[in-house]
Design a protein around this ligand. Structure first.
Ligand code: FEO
Length: 172
């Protein structure tokens, strides 16, 4: 069971993407907290934790495969946003980038007949469908409920109700 140098690089790059997502969501949570969006703050603090679990999955996988993980530097995330809606649009865009990177790795795994990595990535493929849907659904609320102060307060409450701690995962 060995992975190619190309796959190793792609998986290490993925550690960087997940780490950047985790710190970017942490910055979003912090901005929400100081702006008064308490629900969105808890939602994004939890989301940041979740991204860290994604990153750890890749770290453990590489190490288990005898291809030690390289922990990269993370990019400094934006410190503030024009609005809650703009912030969530940024989050969706970042998930779309992650999805594209995962799909690319699946293609490499298929091409290289790397069945272990192919099976490992399946979880991420499904997770990305959920993550994108989550953010798309929140964005829809702005069209459905509105963008005035009361509507945003309502959306913030919806986010509070959806803020969850990451699931315990024995493989993480
Ligand atoms: Fe781990 Fe939200 O991608």
């Amino acid at each position: 069971m060995k992975i190619s140098a190309k796959m190793k690089k792609a998986l290490n790059d993925q550690i960087g993407l997940e780490a950047n997502a985790s710190s970017s969501y942490l910055a979003m949570a912090s901005w929400c907290e100081v702006t008064g969006y308490e629900g969105a703050a808890s939602y994004f603090y939890a989301q940041s934790d979740e991204e860290r679990t994604h990153m750890l999955k890749v770290v453990h996988y590489l190490n288990d495969m005898g291809a030690p993980a390289t922990i990269p530097a993370t990019k400094a995330p934006a410190a503030s946003y024009k609005s809650l809606e703009t912030m969530i649009k940024t989050a969706l865009k970042s998930e779309q980038t992650v999805t594209a990177a995962i799909h690319k790795m699946v293609e490499i795994a298929q091409k290289e007949k790397d069945h272990s990595t192919y099976a490992f990535l399946e979880w991420f493929v499904n997770e990305q469908v959920q993550e994108e849907t989550k953010f798309e659904t929140i964005l829809q609320k702005f069209d459905l409920i509105g963008r005035d102060k009361l509507a945003i307060n309502e959306i913030d409450k919806l986010l509070a109700a959806q803020a969850t701690a990451p699931e315990a995962d024995p493989a993480a």
